[in-house]
Design a protein around this ligand. Sequence first.
Ligand SMILES: [Zn+2]
Length: 74
Amino acid sequence: MKYLFLLAIVLGIVWFIRRPSASKKTQQQNKADGSIDMVQCAICRVHLPANDAITGIKGNYCSHAHRQQHESAS
Ligand SMILES: [Zn+2]
């Protein structure tokens, strides 16, 4: 009877642990879906969202000034 009681507790703990891990997995999936791609400016090395970055021939830039600076440099 004592072991049956312990078994019930262990099963309860396992069930309790598995539930949060399932929701945690969902949160990680949400985070992956909602994450923003970050790019680095080729001049000042600042990180910015890819949506806000200016894409040039030689890379990504934080501003048009840095794009012109980099592309006219060489
Ligand atoms: Zn920059």
